[in-house]
Design a protein around this ligand. Sequence first.
Ligand SMILES: C[S@@+](CC[C@H](N)C(=O)[O-])C[C@H]1O[C@@H](n2cnc3c(N)ncnc32)[C@H](O)[C@@H]1O
Length: 341
Amino acid sequence: MLTAPSQLVLRNLERLPAGDLLVVNPPADGLAHELAERGDIVPHLFTQDMADARALQAQRTPVEFAAVPAAGKSYAGALLFHPKEKALADFLLFLARSRLSAGGSLWLVGENKGGIRSTEKRLRDAGIAVDKLDSARHCQLVKVTPKSTGAAFALEDWLEVLEIEVGDTVLAVAALPGVFSAGRLDDGTALLLETFDAPISGRVLDMGCGAGLIGATLKRRNPGIDLEMVDSNAVAVVASEWTLRESGLAGKVHASDGFSAVNGSFDWIVSNPPFHDGIATDYHFTEKFIADARTMLKPGGRLRIVANAHLKYVPHIDRAFGNCRTIAENTRFRVYEAVRR
Ligand SMILES: C[S@@+](CC[C@H](N)C(=O)[O-])C[C@H]1O[C@@H](n2cnc3c(N)ncnc32)[C@H](O)[C@@H]1O
């Protein structure tokens, strides 16, 4: 079943340029097969999200998973699925433009509620030609004709390093577009970190590390820990690496979709796990994450996570671990801890 943006692309398939087409952050639906069906399009799928990459690979669709697509190849066109975050939309537009050959065109598709209209306006205000091609199911498809193509693109140009205080711990934290809470300490994460008032030791996993605030804070306060940090977002992995480097800390950082690329067992798994209100499947992620976390802990190992107070995590944790304590709470968040017995 194609998503609404993919359906909009599909009904305008004949308008896309022939040749190599860079498809940026596509949903894991069957659009790639439909693009290839036209015969004269060679789609190259690129995603920053490892969960989408794995879902596409499971459909036997080749996909490049990275923070930015490999340099050295240029494309006749780029089809960009508009993200919700404005800074990420700009980042991806510049990125896609950098990979276009001379005369190449950029196609932007997305839901109205995801902010595509305000991106169109920003582009027009900057004097860039934007042609509205089609709209349906609360989505827009537009063609953007950049003033120039092939300009150099460096991730470093989008990086900001900001000093952030976590209690009495001061860190240099990397902010990059699309990475959670870019440049600030999330209130839930702050509550979670407040609970670490005693030293910890052993192997520690920061699951869904974002810009690396949890792992970096724990490592700064407990230099002896063996720290590992993972995130499914390739840009978050880069941000966490930068945060460790800029803060003068050591740790292993890599991409993982949940625990898919994590090995061995841990003394601690610490997380502010992803959750989006209103999307039923996200409880599935939480349930699986909690059950998997138990299997990744050593006997006596601990899972400590923060969640929005209205989310019903206790039954899931209790079911997987047979125990669950609420160790901190405020009006908005709760911190839960469970021990693998
Ligand atoms: C609420 S944010 C927390 C970020 C960071 N730990 C902090 O506290 O600031 C959740 C993080 O989980 C990541 N994430 C989402 N789905 C994931 C998955 N399937 N596997 C691993 N990480 C995931 C997101 O990219 C995001 O960085």
